[in-house]
Ligand binder design. Structure first.
Ligand SMILES: C[S@@+](CC[C@H](N)C(=O)[O-])C[C@H]1O[C@@H](n2cnc3c(N)ncnc32)[C@H](O)[C@@H]1O
Length: 235
């Protein structure tokens, strides 16, 4: 197994054991998307969806297969996940595209003629620095159709908790509550989050979003003051 497969299989184990509460999150996401689709005016063109940091779609594929989309674009920094995502999704009655790209670069690009109706990102944006998160929020706003929806699932810090305290708390949660994973499976998660995770302060990121024209609402909160789902719409 190469480095990518080892890392990815650890993430798969985390998801399969629901250690980040993907089940409850996906149920909230599904409800939000279906309610939004149902409220679209009759005769509106089918929604164009973009998924930033789509990963292998192991979690999202069943939901995506049932959505009456106009198109789907899966974007991920990692090229090897894209064929896996395509295979997990399987045949769907709308065109799909797969693109290896940084999500910030996607936001920075000039918007094409077709605005995005449904933007989704799960557990990817927290890898950006705080300045880049704010830049991302400002730039991706230009890509969204006027009545579009941006669903952002991620890890967030409680207001006032600094990154070191967050990491220590998350590591404690893994060591005490993730016993279903062997220590040698826990350690890569701990190493990864200690090095690369930059979860935003939930109040600060909300103010940053509102300052660049978003309206922010929390849709779902996990049980651990970390995982959460926000919905952003044009203010
Ligand atoms: C933790 S996985 C989440 C995958 C999927 N969204 C899910 O919820 O199961 C994070 C994914 O985001 C991708 N990613 C991380 N940083 C990224 C970036 N700057 N631009 C695009 N993709 C990124 C990773 O390659 C990985 O596939």
């Amino acid at each position: 197994m190469d480095f990518f497969d080892r890392q990815w299989s650890t993430y798969r184990a985390v998801v399969d054991h629901d250690l980040m509460q993907h089940r409850a999150l996906t149920a909230a996401l599904s409800q939000a998307i279906k309610a939004w689709l149902a409220a679209r005016p009759a005769g509106a063109p089918r929604a164009r969806m973009v998924d930033l940091g789509c990963g292998d779609l192991a979690v999202m594929a069943p939901l995506l297969r049932g959505l009456p989309l106009g198109s789907y674009l899966g974007v991920d920094l990692s090229a090897p996940v894209l064929p896996r995502a395509a295979a997990a999704l399987g045949p769907v009655p709308y065109p799909c595209q797969w693109r290896q790209q940084d999500l910030l670069a996607w936001a920075e690009a000039e918007p094409g003629p077709d605005a995005v109706d449904l933007l989704h990102s799960a557990f990817a944006i927290h890898h950006l620095s705080d300045d880049d998160k704010a830049r991302f929020l400002r730039l991706c706003r230009r890509h969204l159709a006027p009545n579009g929806l941006f669903l952002w699932a991620d890890v967030f810090r409680p207001p006032g908790e600094d990154r070191l305290a967050y990491v220590a708390r998350y590591v404690g949660r893994i060591r005490s509550g993730w016993g279903v994973l062997a220590p040698e499976q826990q350690q890569p998660v701990i190493d990864h989050l200690s090095q690369f995770d930059l979860p935003p302060d939930r109040d600060a990121i909300r103010y940053a979003a509102e300052a660049c024209g978003w309206q922010w609402q929390w849709l779902w909160q996990g049980d651990h003051q970390a995982e959460a789902l926000a919905v952003l719409t044009a203010a």
